[in-house]
Design a protein around this ligand. Structure first.
Ligand code: DGL
Length: 277
């Protein structure tokens, strides 16, 4: 396997850019191909069968681009469709759940962990099962809450809006009152609410699943000797090629908000149908 091959990252839309941001933070010298399947977003309210179909098409699209790793930068896919992604992949695959589950166990002091995510992620119990599996203590308690309204309000850019605060409190006040000390942000969009969550619930340790997935990817690439060497120069604009399955008018503005820097215009593709070479 050649180190110069890109890392392939996919999500249901723009949310995975919060994950890509973490990858670029830890590995600025790598090349990336990002696929946002935003013609089908949100995945989080769909059935596992449908998410599996989409995930397979996205994975095959990236494999066709000769990537050296597949990053499933979507918690919903990570929760319900990893069997399909792994069955078609002949390169290492990184998902969101295991690294975040491990980080939550390291972070908690009182053993009470909360997980929030889309309906599909929470209903799958993927996070709670993984946390309990990794934990060697019977004292770990995991509480979960689906927060389906967070995705649309974040995409609307209502990051510090009064309505957002009210919605957060409606979903999470009861959870907070149970005394949880660690909150897993089990959805690509939720890191955007980190500041507001910390203001409303001081003392809670937030776990960003993208950050921990990036750390685990560094290890996997290094172990397979395909991690690109650091160069003695600062990367201002990382090499990223963007593909989307729909091109909404405000894509660049939204993408920049998630990624923190300006993006090149994406190409529109239909994963599963017209695989461009
Ligand atoms: N990317 C999805 C996730 O992390 C959120 C958006 C969606 O529902 O598709 O679960």
């Amino acid at each position: 396997m050649n180190k110069d091959r890109p890392i392939g990252v996919f999500d249901s839309g723009i949310g995975g850019l919060s994950v890509l941001k973490q990858f670029v933070r830890f590995m600025p010298y790598e090349k990336y191909i990002y696929l946002g399947d935003n013609a089908h977003v949100p995945y989080g309210n769909k059935s596992a069968e449908t998410v599996k179909e989409y995930a397979k098409e996205c994975t095959e699209f990236l494999l066709d681009k000769k990537v050296k790793m597949i990053v499933v930068a979507c918690n919903t896919v990570s929760a319900v469709a990893m069997d399909v992604v792994r069955s078609v992949s002949d390169v290492p695959v990184i998902e969101m759940i295991k690294p975040a589950a491990g980080a939550a166990l390291r972070a908690t002091v009182n053993g009470k962990i909360a997980v929030i995510g889309t309906r599909a992620t929470i209903n799958s119990k993927a996070y709670s099962n993984e946390i309990l599996k990794l934990s060697d203590s019977k004292k770990i308690k995991v509480l979960s809450e689906a927060c389906p309204l967070f995705v649309p309000i974040i995409e609307e850019g209502w990051i510090r809006h009064d309505a957002t605060r009210l919605i957060i409190e409606e979903y999470l006040n009861d959870l907070y009152k149970t005394g949880v000390d660690t909150l897993v942000l089990g959805c690509t969009h939720y890191p955007m609410l980190a500041k507001l969550l910390t203001e409303i619930y001081p003392g809670l340790t937030l776990i960003d699943s993208g950050e921990h997935a990036a750390v685990s990817a560094v290890r996997v690439l290094a172990e397979s000797s395909v991690l690109k060497e650091e160069r003695n120069e600062y990367v201002v604009k990382p090499e990223i090629e963007f593909f989307v399955s729909d091109l909404p008018a405000n894509f660049n503005e939204q993408a920049q908000r998630f990624l923190g820097f300006e993006v090149n215009s994406p190409k529109r593709v239909v994963p599963g149908r017209s695989l461009p070479k």
